[in-house]
Design a protein around this ligand. Sequence first.
Ligand SMILES: *Cc1c(COP(=O)(O)O)cnc(C)c1O
Length: 454
Amino acid sequence: MVLTDATLSTPLPATERPWAPELRDSGMLWEIARALGGGPFHVIHPETFAENLDDLIGALAAERTPGRVYYGKKANKASAWLRECIRPGAGVDVASVPELAHALGNGLRGEAIGVTGAAKSDGLLWLSLRHRCLIAVDAADELERVARLAAELGETAEVLLRVLPPMATTSRFGFAPDDLAAAVRRCADLGGSVVLRGFSFHLDGYDPVPRARLAAHLVDLCRDARALGHPATKISIGGGVAVAYVAEEDWRRFEEGRHDGWFHSGRNPARTYPYHQAPTGAAMVTAILRHDTGGVPLADRLRDAGVELLLEPGRALVDGAGFSVFPVLGRKPSGDHLITTVAGLSMSLSEQWKGSEFLPDPVLVRAGGSPEAGEPVRTAVVGSSCMEYDVFTWRTVRLPAEPRPGDLLVYPNTAGYQMDKNESGFHQLPLPPKVVVGDGSWHVDTDYPVQEFR
Ligand SMILES: *Cc1c(COP(=O)(O)O)cnc(C)c1O
């Protein structure tokens, strides 16, 4: 098998935090793999999550913007992140009763929990009201249910009204302008059972500019609401804080060269995540806050109006904070490349389930040393189910040697949405455990509903 430039895709090595390659090269990875008995597993690193969280909280503070960073919990189900979210300036954003119970069970107080999602069940609203969580109301009928449940409980609902973004008028979320004005009036009629704290939105895409513009509009909505007597002092600009998985130059060369021949069966995905982009993380938050909104930076506009900025990042907080490990079961030739089968299912790499592909290169790890001594190969990577489409990587990636049973294939930086969004018990296989590492030791995360105090 000859590796020529024409048949080999441009490499896309992941940019990683130091802990990840250090752990891959250490005996601890093999200790974990042996203890878990040969199945796939995920490794997560809460210290990296904590760094990401501190960076975002710091980006608000640096622009003298009061606010709070809520972890958009659906990005990864592990408990380990939640213990990091009890720090000042942090919180958790949930959209189901189990998510809310999980946050409460890990020490979050209701005041630091935001409840978003589409029409929320009475059960979710009831529990949110009992704990005085901040509820983002999505529609007029939901507002009525919130008010009725709050009155029955003798509680006051803390409410944001979710705005339908003018640049995304076909979104299924949020109030259109006329309905929003009616909902603001309705909050006044509802008297003591509902208190309008402000407004929210969540936008697709990763551009700071539309977020800054819409945030400025929400500040105006707060001023208008206050003129009607509402204590509207908070706006939430949702999640979508950008992440870069690979270096700019690698991504540019990859995108320029990309063609069907790089992919098993020619399956070149029509759309992928922008694996390199800028600005990301805290720098993107800074860009939003510094964006000129009618002559003043958004940060000044917020401060002048006495409005707090709430963020709900998911992916950006778990960036660099986890990887996924799949033991190699076998390989065989297929045309000009190999097909490598690993223990586990491609549901553990959920980008596949959007008809797309998780593109950062997997890394071959061999017991007792580097596989660099072998002959390089090109291979697609498939899961161990009976489905033709159970494929981790259609792209034929370069590995430094033929993978063989006993090796581990590691997918880097998978904590954001890849790990557990689509996992199922297909073939009655157990879900891959999540192993928490840090301080030279490891333990298995229990993701529901509470974790022993440790
Ligand atoms: C999914 C979601 C988030 C988190 O999105 P990321 O892209 O992971 O940052 C935040 N808020 C709401 C309302 C969401 O639906």
